[in-house]
Design a protein around this ligand. Sequence first.
Ligand SMILES: CC(C)(COP(=O)(O)OP(=O)(O)OC[C@H]1O[C@@H](n2cnc3c(N)ncnc32)[C@H](O)[C@@H]1OP(=O)(O)O)[C@@H](O)C(=O)NCCC(=O)NCCS
Length: 259
Amino acid sequence: MSILRPRVPPPRSLARPPEVSSGRRGPPTGFPGPDATGPPLVPHGGGVRHGGGVHLEPTYPVDTARLVLRPLADTDVDELLTYRGRADVCRYLPFEPMTRETLRARLGADLSRSAITAEGQALTLGVRVRDTGRLVGDVVLFFRSQEHARGEIGYAFHPDVAGRGYASEACSALLGLGFDQLGLHRVIARLDSRNEASARLAARLGMRREAHFVRSEMAKGEWVDQLVFAMLAEEWPGSAAHRVQQRGRGTAPGRATDG
Ligand SMILES: CC(C)(COP(=O)(O)OP(=O)(O)OC[C@H]1O[C@@H](n2cnc3c(N)ncnc32)[C@H](O)[C@@H]1OP(=O)(O)O)[C@@H](O)C(=O)NCCC(=O)NCCS
């Protein structure tokens, strides 16, 4: 995989940190809202581990013990529809069940991105089971702030595969990209407090539950509580997610030394 390296000059935008509210309402979870590919959210100042821009472009596929992660493509639309089109999957996500048309449009834009080159961007990776080739979910890493080296993760999986640890495994790899390759200092997960499976997942990864904001988000017509989980770069090597990621590196075919 490539390492973080300066490529693009830091934009000079004026905005706000992503974890505090502003006139621009962010999604209640880590998933991209309609404007996820919009302008950077926060001012730039320093860098993550660098003085210039950023570039995260993993070598694909990103392998884990049982899974293969890679950017989504137009050809994934039918499989994406099987879970992103479901009301139960989208219940706590900041969008309604997606139609084929919505998915096609998103695949033509942010969902097929294969690199992060500036803050405000998100890298969504489709998650396939190596043995069957089935697309079972997707995970997303947001680069929220260059100045504060902050990122965020999100995830959605098909209910058919719940309870097998696939989301934990994929998110562990994603945290590895965020900390080891993008050089993030802090990664958060934001979720609706009613989303118990998601809270269990964040805790299982080793993220710390830091905040419970009461009725802080308007989600699908109602005020909902939001939880914030977080992990710092110095916590990553000792985390449960890191152990899962390391196991994957040891077992994935041909990728034993990749991050
Ligand atoms: C959130 C979501 C990804 C969690 O899925 P999940 O199946 O519970 O998570 P995992 O794939 O990591 O599986 C973990 C479960 O499998 C079990 N498990 C079995 N084998 C495992 C393994 N090898 N490794 C880890 N866990 C394993 C765990 O004990 C755990 O069960 P528990 O939650 O009952 O304790 C899923 O519910 C989802 O996609 N929801 C809809 C979208 C959504 O709400 N996204 C979150 C927005 S914030």
